[in-house]
Design a binder for this molecule. Structure first.
Ligand SMILES: [Mn+2]
Length: 304
């Protein structure tokens, strides 16, 4: 039995009626790996689920940008990953396959659990140098270890800073609210970065987000910036289908506002992680993920 026999590994379907990846500038790539989840597994099933719901959600022009990315994007299917092996082998395979794709395309990666981001950033560093990072998440992902393991889906932000893949001063975290020891929870701020905890954002919609929008814009400027969006930044009411849900999270409209307003930053790529379809209801979580990815792609198209 080969890897191709498993449905999650197959590249069934494509995103939003887009063509297969050839030489289009924008590429969508699935990374179906969830061997590092803390609580509920299932994120390996996310790429096919996000693609499936996108078919009806993203098939015309964007309501703000009045543009469609479809002529400029291709779906490259899923990376081929050794799900039967451990984290390091999976990360090596992700980096090796992602690096040449990044050289030819502006890539959006559909995780997978959040452990996939570290090898993506390693490949990004080789191409762009040290990056700015915009990180949406309920969790700080700056823990010192992963329940006794040296690395996991909750350590990558710390590792990316320690490895010099991203600049701590140009790292911005939005939506944090999970329990964690203070040293982990405030790791990024203690090193000069910015943290907007979910509590800072409660009740803030529309123009009330202006100070945050401006502060982050001034901080990141025109630095090459990578977007890593954990769907659990959203409240479980908006995104129940995720491995480690945390009550008290962001609204869909908050995230959409930030993505739309920051569309003209100097983005170099994006990932969207931790959608776990087995715990989803009415495809709410995959729908939100699909809309966020589409918004990013429309923004890149507009900025071109
Ligand atoms: Mn998270």
């Amino acid at each position: 039995m080969s890897l191709d026999d498993f449905p999650y590994a197959q590249s069934s379907g494509r995103f939003a009626s887009c063509a297969a990846l050839q030489d289009q500038p924008l590429a969508l790539i699935g990374v179906p790996w969830d061997g590092s989840v803390t609580n509920r597994p299932g994120a390996r099933l996310a790429p096919q689920s996000i693609r499936a719901v996108s078919q009806s959600l993203c098939d015309a022009t964007h309501p703000v940008f009045d543009i469609s990315p479809l002529p400029w994007m291709g779906d490259g299917g899923n990376l081929r990953l050794p799900n039967a092996t451990g984290l390091e082998a999976a990360r090596a395979a992700i980096q090796a396959q992602a690096a040449p794709l990044m050289q030819r395309h502006h890539c959006v990666f559909l995780g997978g659990d959040h452990a996939i981001t570290l090898p993506l950033l390693r490949a990004m560093k080789q191409q762009h140098g040290t990056l700015a990072l915009l990180h949406f998440d309920a969790h700080c992902d700056t823990w010192e270890d992963h329940f006794g393991e040296p690395s996991g889906h909750g350590t990558w932000t710390r590792e990316a800073i320690e490895e010099g893949l991203v600049s701590a001063h140009h790292t911005v975290q939005v939506g944090l609210r999970s329990a964690a020891e203070r040293s982990a929870r405030e790791y990024v701020r203690d090193r000069g970065g910015l943290i907007y905890h979910a509590r800072d954002l409660w009740g803030c919609e529309g123009t009330q987000l202006a100070p945050l929008l401006q502060t982050v814009r001034e901080r990141i400027g025109q630095q090459p910036v990578y977007l890593s969006l954990d769907i659990d930044c959203l409240d479980p009411a908006f995104a129940p289908g995720t491995g480690t849900p945390e009550p008290g999270g962001m609204t869909s409209s908050q995230v959409l506002t930030l993505l739309e307003e920051w569309h003209d930053l100097n983005w170099v790529g994006m990932d969207l992680c931790e959608v776990a379809p087995p715990y989803d209801h009415a495809e709410l979580t995959s729908n939100a993920a699909s809309a966020f990815v589409w918004t990013y792609l429309c923004g890149r198209t507009k900025a071109r």
